[in-house]
Design a protein around this ligand. Structure first.
Ligand code: THU
Length: 127
């Protein structure tokens, strides 16, 4: 299944709308019942409105009614890890899940949401 998820992330990366940075990102998240949702980054001339690939994928999945996620793959040119804002959103919606980064050559790095965002702020802090 991870191979399929990696392919989904690499595939949707081709649809990135990244005309300002030219840094294309694709993400794919797998649900507990084996469905895959994809997302790409979508930039804007008003730069701060840019939406990252990870959030596109997760928000699309949530809007489709999903709530249980078991792994996420992020595809970039150079295999980098999700930005800070996406780490917070991944933690909120997925908790501690495996996250895989893949580059254009197909090299893979594995991590987890906890590793990416230790001491995360979440609902437990809102008491
Ligand atoms: N980007 C993502 O899509 N995900 C990340 O985790 C890091 C950054 C996008 C945002 C912007 O379109 C481009 O990459 C350069 O920052």
């Amino acid at each position: 299944m991870q191979k399929k998820l990696i392919e989904a992330a690499r595939d949707v990366r081709k649809r990135a709308y990244a005309k300002y940075s030219n840094f294309k990102v694709g993400a794919a998240v797998e649900t507990a019942d084996g469905k895959i949702y994809q997302g790409c980054n979508i930039e804007n001339a008003s730069y701060s409105l840019t939406q990252c690939a990870e959030r596109t994928a997760l928000y699309t999945a949530v809007a489709a009614g999903e709530s249980k996620f078991i792994q996420l793959v992020v595809a970039t040119e150079n295999g980098v890890s999700p930005c800070g804002a996406c780490r917070q959103v991944i933690w909120e919606l997925c908790g501690d899940i495996p996250i895989t980064m893949v580059d254009e050559q197909g090299n893979i790095k594995a991590t987890t949401s906890t590793e990416l965002l230790p001491a995360a702020f979440d609902e437990r802090d809102l008491t």
